[in-house]
Design a protein around this ligand. Structure first.
Ligand code: SF4
Length: 446
C-alpha cells in the first residue's frame, strides 16, 4: 500500500535542511506522496527508511523496456493523467504488424520501407520503433521465417503474437539476447506463457476482457517472477478503448492500484481501413497506450502519428528550443540582410525554411527568448530591443554584415524605434508578420 504524506514524513530525517529544494521535510513528503518528486531528491534518507519507502517511491505505472541490437523502446513510468499537470515521459512505441503468411519477400519490402522512414521535425529525427509479427498459419517454421525476414531488413525491437506456445517459444529462441514483447497471456495459458517469458527474459502482454480479470492475472503472473507486464484490456472500439484506458490509468495513478500499474498496448485489430486505423492510433497515443500496433504503414500516416506523439510527449513547461546564434542561410555574404527571430524551435524552423526556399542568401539572428515564440516572448519581456541588440553584439553580427540592415518580425514592429536607438549604425526594417510571407518580402524589399 502507498504511504500517506504524514507516514512518509515520519520516515524522513525531519531536519528541514532544504537540500531537496523544499522548505520543509513535510512539504517534500507531501510531494513524494503525490508522486511529483523522486525519493533520491533527499540525500539524507537512511537505508532503513529507504527500504520502507521503496513501495511509495515506485512509479505507479511500471517502466517496461523492449530492446534489440542497440534499439530500445520504453513505456510506462507516467505520473499524471494530463500532460499539463507535469509531463508525459515515455512516448508510446509505434510498431508495424506483419503476418507470417505474407511471404518473406513481401515482409522484407514492407519492413525495409517502414524501417528507413525518418522525418525531421523541428530539428529532431522521428522514426517508427519496431515491428510486430503475428502467427496466422500456426506453423513454427513459418513464424521463424517471418522473424528472419524482418531481421534481414530491421534491427528494431519486436512483438511476437501467437496463441500456440510452441510458436512463441520458437520465436523467443530466434531472438535470443533481445527483449521482445510476447502477446499474450490470458486465463487459458497464463502459467505456460509466464514460464516462457521468465525463461527468455521477455516482457509479457496480459489480456483479459475485464479489469478484474486483468488485475487477477497480473498478480498471479507477478508471483511467478515476471514483472515486465503490459496490459491489453481488449476494448476495440474507440469508445470502449478510451473508457478502459482511462480507468486503468486512473486506478494506477489515483488509487495506486498496483495490479493495473503497467503500460497498455493498443492492438488495432482487424481494421481494414487505414484512415480509421490512423484515428484509433491517434487516440491510443493520446490516451494512454505504451505500445501501438498498426497494420498499414504509409509515410503520410506515419508523419501525422509521429508529430502528434512528439507534441503530446514534450514537457509543456519547457518549449522546444534551438540554440541562440547567428545562422547562415544560402551562403550569405557581408552585404546580405540580417533577419531576426526567436529561439522557439517551431518559429525558427518556420522562418529558416521560408528563407531557404527563396534561394536568397541571408543571415538569421536567433535571439535568446527562452524558447518562446515572437509574440509570447515580446509579451513576456523576453524579446525586446535591448535583448536583440545584445545578441547582435554577442554573436558578432557587426563584424560579418557590412550592409547593416536588420529585419524585425512584423509582429514586433513596435520595437523598431527602440532598436534604432540601441543600434544607431543599423537600418531597422520591419518584415512580415507571418513566416509564409517572408519569400515575397525578401524578393520585393531586400
Ligand atoms: S533534503 Fe531531506 S532532510 Fe532535507 S528538507 Fe528535504 S526531505 Fe528534509
Amino acid at each position: 500500500m502507498a504511504l500517506s504524506g504524514i507516514e512518509i514524513y515520519k520516515l524522513l530525517p525531519q531536519t528541514n535542511c532544504k537540500d531537496c529544494g523544499f522548505p520543509t521535510c513535510l512539504a517534500f513528503a507531501m510531494k513524494l506522496a503525490a508522486k511529483q518528486v523522486e525519493l533520491s531528491d533527499c540525500p539524507h534518507v537512511s537505508e532503513e527508511a529507504q527500504a520502507k519507502l521503496a513501495e511509495s517511491a515506485q512509479p505507479p505505472v511500471r517502466l517496461v523496456t523492449l530492446s534489440a541490437n542497440g534499439h530500445e523502446v520504453q513505456a510506462g513510468n507516467e505520473v499524471v493523467m494530463f500532460r499539463h499537470e507535469k509531463t508525459f515521459y515515455h512516448k508510446p512505441g509505434i510498431f508495424v504488424r506483419l503476418r507470417d503468411d505474407e511471404g518473406a519477400e513481401e515482409i522484407k519490402t514492407k519492413v525495409a520501407a517502414a524501417d528507413a522512414y525518418t522525418i525531421n521535425y523541428v530539428g529532431m529525427d522521428l522514426t517508427l520503433d519496431g515491428f510486430a509479427v503475428q502467427s496466422v498459419s500456426g506453423d513454427v517454421a513459418a513464424f521463424v521465417a517471418a522473424i528472419e525476414a524482418i531481421r534481414s531488413a530491421s534491427q528494431r525491437p519486436l512483438i511476437l503474437i501467437a496463441s500456440k506456445l510452441e510458436v512463441i517459444e520458437a520465436g523467443l529462441k530466434a531472438l535470443e539476447g533481445e527483449t521482445p514483447l510476447v502477446y499474450a497471456a490470458d486465463e487459458s495459458n497464463w502459467e505456460a506463457m509466464a514460464d516462457l517469458a521468465a525463461q527468455h527474459k521477455a516482457a509479457l502482454v496480459v489480456a483479459a476482457e475485464s479489469l478484474d480479470g486483468l488485475a487477477d492475472l497480473t498478480q498471479k503472473i507477478k508471483e511467478k517472477g515476471v514483472e515486465d507486464l503490459v496490459l491489453d484490456h481488449k476494448g476495440r472500439s474507440l469508445g470502449q478503448s478510451l473508457t478502459l484506458s482511462t480507468q486503468i490509468r486512473r486506478l494506477a495513478l489515483k488509487q495506486n492500484f498496483r495490479p493495473l500499474g503497467y503500460p497498455l498496448i493498443a492492438l488495432l485489430e482487424g481494421s481494414g481501413d487505414p484512415g480509421m486505423e490512423a484515428m484509433y492510433a491517434a487516440q491510443a497515443i493520446a490516451k494512454y497506450a505504451g505500445f501501438v500496433v498498426i497494420d498499414h504503414f504509409s509515410p503520410e500516416t506515419a508523419y501525422a502519428l509521429l508529430v502528434l506523439r512528439e507534441n503530446i510527449y514534450t514537457d509543456p513547461q519547457k518549449p522546444i528550443q534551438v540554440a541562440p546564434g547567428l545562422y547562415e542561410i544560402n551562403d550569405p555574404k557581408a552585404d546580405d540582410p540580417l533577419l531576426v527571430t526567436t529561439n522557439f524551435s517551431i518559429t525558427y524552423f518556420s522562418v529558416a525554411n521560408e528563407v531557404e526556399s527563396t534561394g536568397l542568401p541571408a543571415w538569421l539572428l536567433v535571439a535568446d527568448a527562452e524558447g518562446m515564440s515572437v509574440l509570447t516572448a515580446w509579451a513576456a519581456g523576453k524579446f525586446d530591443a535591448e535583448r536583440i541588440a545584445k545578441d547582435v553584439k554577442r554573436f558578432e553580427a557587426e563584424s560579418k554584415v557590412n550592409n547593416k540592415r536588420i529585419v524585425l518580425p512584423g509582429h514586433v514592429a513596435v520595437l523598431s524605434g527602440e532598436l534604432e536607438e540601441e543600434l544607431p549604425d543599423w537600418q531597422v526594417l520591419v518584415g512580415p508578420r507571418e513566416a509564409i510571407d517572408i519569400p515575397a518580402y525578401m524578393k520585393q524589399a531586400l
